[in-house]
Design a protein around this ligand. Structure first.
Ligand code: C5P
Length: 242
């Protein structure tokens, strides 16, 4: 795979509480990274200014806000995010068919109004922080965890979504069930020899790609490094070794 193609598939999580820190990271990493992920921490701190910053610096944005509400409210939030110019965004598959369909429709219509390509619309299935016991006992879902993940991935696909976020462990099963074109965004990626932090089920960049991941999301190994560019270069090297 070419260097440009590898870069496209790497997403760095801007899990920082302030804009200045995000700006520093984007400036350093922009030449090596396909997309920057703005999650709840940064978005709750500074809102759409975070998206504006990355776009103005020339980066692409994944708005990881995991929308989950009634269909009308989610459709409104999707329209707003499209107006901010995000390139990828996500909603919870557990919001149900109607919510997913309305999110898809809102993304298409608003993008057409803005004269731009619709963002990639990605579903969150079972949060990786839940295990099979908490899924059954706390959430009340009796199906085995992996079956529930596939159930929601297939629902998202039927509703016209472009893909799912999935733990490294689930990638192969989803790939089998949803086919080669379905996008799988995979966090929990750790370059060989780095700390696991609170991630339990991790894969190396090469192994994640080998199992069928489309995009890799990496946060702390890069954010906490004295030389983030060196870590990113190392990740791209590992991605290129498959
Ligand atoms: O720091 P680390 O590399 O673990 O960051 C992974 C990023 O992916 C974080 O922003 C985290 O919120 C996100 N994420 C995750 N697991 C999921 C969904 C998102 O780790 N299932």
């Amino acid at each position: 795979m070419s260097k440009e193609k590898l870069k496209e598939r790497l997403i760095i999580a801007l899990d920082v509480p302030e804009l200045a820190k995000a700006e520093e990271l984007v400036n350093k990493l922009l030449p090596f990274v396909g997309m920057f992920k703005i999650g709840l921490e940064l978005y709750s701190a500074v809102g759409p200014a975070a998206v504006k910053l990355v776009k103005e610096l020339g980066g692409r944005v994944f708005a990881d806000l995991k929308l989950h509400d009634i269909p009308n409210t989610v459709a409104g939030a999707v329209r707003s995010l499209v107006r901010h110019g995000v390139d990828m965004l996500n909603v919870h598959a557990g919001g149900g068919r109607e919510m997913l369909l309305r999110a898809r429709e809102a993304a298409e219509k608003e993008a057409a109004l803005q004269g731009r390509k619709p963002p990639l619309l990605i579903a969150v299935t079972v949060l990786t922080s839940l295990d099979s016991t908490s899924l059954r006992e706390d959430v009340g879902i009796e199906r085995p965890l992996e079956e529930q993940v596939v159930h929601w991935a297939l629902l998202a696909q039927k509703c016209g979504l472009d893909g799912v976020v999935a733990s490294p462990q689930e990638v192969e099963t989803i790939r089998r069930a949803c086919g080669p074109d379905f996008i799988i965004v995979t966090p929990g990626v750790r370059p060989t020899g780095t700390l696991l932090d609170d991630q339990r089920r991790v894969l190396t960049p090469a192994e994640a790609l080998r199992r069928g991941a489309t995009y890799l999301v990496v946060g702390r190994p890069v954010l906490s490094a004295p030389d983030p560019v060196a870590v990113v270069a190392n990740i791209l090297g590992e991605m290129g070794s498959i």
